[in-house]
Design a protein around this ligand. Structure first.
Ligand code: LER
Ligand code: MN
Length: 270
């Protein structure tokens, strides 16, 4: 298991669950100084910075790129892959595919979280899930061209109404025979939706590709009421090789939040 911390460059997400909001050169240096293996990037769009510049920052700081988020597509541009409008769906797909290519050139997978949208006004659940399956099929194929997977993230009930639990997501992937699509276990969302986090992780098994490592209140692990040991034991049991990425509020301050994350993971390792 490898460690990552979120770096956010989206002004609209200042209050979001991201650790470092400094300009990327400073943010990369802070992540490296703390001892993370990688950073997870939350950018306004795929043309915010060149892949060459990111590669240079990564090499200089000996950091990998764990993943790239696409949430700005929803937050900044109002795009979702289940929009009732075919034109808007196509725009959303273009946005995510550009992010897949951006991340892919850096060896990093892209994530579909907020941009999955929700069913409701002007859209049945059945049709929304069909749009989601179509989008994920294409994203899996696009990511495969870069030899990386595509990551799908189930969200809690207050953020989406499509797929809330890991087991539902596994069923969806299998039913639609989606290839090269892995699942993100965001422990914050899971705390709201799963009966037993460790059991859900064990059952998801090989489908799991990424973890957002957050406590129950979306602060750093240790600041809420989640027990990390059974979760880390479950991840070890399924031979999880991916990242534990701190997608958390920068509380009480970014450095402490990041350090607490590492402390929690390293305590289990030793
Ligand atoms: C994105 O990873 C996520 O977890 C969503 O809740 C957006 O904040
Ligand atoms: Mn998340």
């Amino acid at each position: 298991m490898k460690t990552a911390v979120t770096l956010c460059q989206v002004g609209e997400a200042q209050a979001g669950p991201f650790v470092f909001h400094e300009p990327l050169p400073e943010a990369f240096a802070m992540a490296a100084a703390l001892g993370f293996d990688a950073v997870e990037l939350f950018l306004p769009s795929a043309d915010f910075i060149s892949t060459e510049d990111v590669r240079e920052l990564a090499e200089m700081n000996r950091l990998s790129i764990a993943a790239v988020g696409t949430g700005a597509g929803m937050l900044v541009h109002g795009l979702s892959v289940t929009d009732p409008s075919a034109e808007k769906r196509a725009e959303a797909i273009d946005f995510v595919e550009a992010m897949i290519d951006f991340g892919g050139r850096l060896g990093a997978p892209a994530i579909l979280g907020s941009m999955q949208g929700k069913w409701g006004v002007g859209l049945t659940k059945e049709l929304a899930l069909q749009h989601l399956a179509t989008a994920l099929r294409g994203f899996g194929k696009a990511a495969a061209r870069h030899q990386v997977p595509f990551i799908y993230e189930p969200l809690n009930r207050y953020e989406s109404n499509l797929i809330k639990r890991l087991a539902e997501a596994v069923g969806f992937i299998e039913h639609h025979q989606l290839t090269n699509v892995v699942l993100l276990a965001d422990l914050f969302h899971m705390n709201l939706e799963e009966a037993d986090l460790a059991a859900a992780i064990r059952a998801a098994g090989r489908h799991l590709g990424h973890v957002h490592y957050a406590d129950s209140n979306r602060s750093a692990m240790g600041l809420g009421h989640t027990a990390p040991s059974p979760i880390l034991a479950a991840l070890r049991e399924i031979s999880y090789q991916g990242y534990l990425s701190a997608e958390i509020f920068p509380l009480p301050d970014p450095r402490t939040a990041a350090a607490l994350t590492l402390q929690s993971i390293n305590a289990f390792r030793s």
